[in-house]
Design a protein around this ligand. Sequence first.
Ligand code: F6R
Length: 608
Amino acid sequence: MCGIVGYIGKSQAAPILLDGLSKLEYRGYDSAGIAVYDGEHIRVQKSVGRLKALSELTHDGATMPGTAGIGHTRWATHGAPSNENAHPHFNRDETIAVVHNGIIENYLKMKKYLAGKEYHFASDTDTEVVAHLLDYYYKGDPIEAITKVMHRVEGSYALGIMFREHPGIVYAVRKDSPLIVGHGKDGNLIASDVPAVLKYTRNVYFIQNEEIAVLSEDSISFYNVDGEEIQKESSAIDWDINAAEKAGYEHFMLKEMYEQPKTVRDTLNPRIRDGAVVIEELGMTDEEISRIEKIHIVACGSAYHTGVTAKYVFEGMARIPVEADLASEFRYRNPILRENDLVIIISQSGETADSLAALREAKRKGVQTLGIVNVVGSSIAREADKVMYTWAGPEIAVATTKAYSAQLVAEYLLAVKFAQVRGEITEAEAASYLKDLQKLPEQIEMLLSNKERIQHFANRYISARDVFFVGRGIDYAISMEGSLKLKEISYIHSEAYAAGELKHGTISLIEEGTLVAAVLTQEELYKKTISNIVELTSRGAFVLAVTNTGNTQIEKAADYVIYIPQTNRWFTNSLAIIPLQLFSYYVSVGRGCDVDKPRNLAKSVTVE
Ligand code: F6R
């Protein structure tokens, strides 16, 4: 949600903080602030709006001299976006500064407690409680004060902290919100995510829950919640730095859409050997796979939509019952999980609060868990029993595209593997599925190269009021994602409907000219969906159909047709989603929306 950075070293801190925040702006972007120790005081500057405003205010950091500092980009949870609520927050005599990502759940109780001790609050945030609590417990030893605060606060936090009395040190601590430490040549850094430090180092430490990091110019040490020093191993990040930059594309979303062939290839290829699926990291014996009685796929948003697709694929191909669940529902409904069930948590960030809580709920109930995760070392990756990475690299645009595509193929691979082990498909069938999967990158490339046709169509719909996405079976799952993509980046109201459900209510919303995107990739359902299209067009709808090459019967029913190449019926989502992503993108661009950072959203939803 929010992004934090910190730096201590030989260079000027403010420009490094601003640069780091610019890589984290996708996490939150309603206000920003930095604190820098100027040799005497900790000075703070904040600004409402995008980071650009803070950069202008501080002349790109030049007005804030000093070599140690912390910074924050905010996505408001407690209190409106304002200077008062922007971070960093101070204790009462401005000797302790704090930046925070997460939510302090018992902040009202703490606020009352502190108010009784003559503490006054300048903001509506939960974070300010941490600054005052640190002040309350600080008796000269920062680690002691930090551990005491950790024992008092409930909720999630990644904190960057500076004490004026210890000017050569930046402190960091986390619980259930991501935080890394970068070990640079000229200084050390903290950040919510790797792209913020890549320019300075590839050598990072992943801070685990309830660990404290203490950074000076030339040293990094770690402590546990009891204040005892602990040893940690660093990891080398091998991401290409360009992967986190726009590389000439107008938006990250466009760049990431174009990276989908590579992402799909990178996720598939290491796991296909000699015509068979080899998922070493799965660590499950054939016997264990055969014993699975039910799969629960749990995720949020687009990741959940891949889970809905996977439900059809696992059930159809591997004949295993599957329930696809929204993590925010799963975690609170006391789900029935049995000994031989498998819970699959899907998450790009690996930090989504509801997905993480769902994972913990499954583990608490003693069920096997598998994380399908993009961010290496993230909380879900660490806590799941097994982890299968989607090799999509850093995804910066808030609206997911390439991680979505990578998740889909990871799930297809699992389905093929499970189906073969359980004797539902033969070796030859598995090999043929894998051949189809390996054709996907090229087919996606082909669809992307036809973007002009979709761009042209999108331009006609930039003023649409409502758009409906319909389909049956997997096509319904594709529609859900198509609809989410459009609404989140263009702010046009859209809904996804199972095509057969329309006449049970929603069809009353169809008026002359209403745009309906119909997805028809399941041959055995063509006729049924075409009947629904006819019902729609006869009530005035304009129908855009996305269908397989060869389904020419559609031309009589739909107004505009986009064909996708032939693939196996289980894998059509990977292709049909491409024109829908492009459509959303060009509608958003045409409307002048902020494509990469849509309003009210954040990339990594680390709060409930
Ligand atoms: C939509 C989108 C979100 C995420 C959801 C889960 O474009 O990106 O719906 O899919 O917030 O996020 P992760 O996958 O990080 O758990």
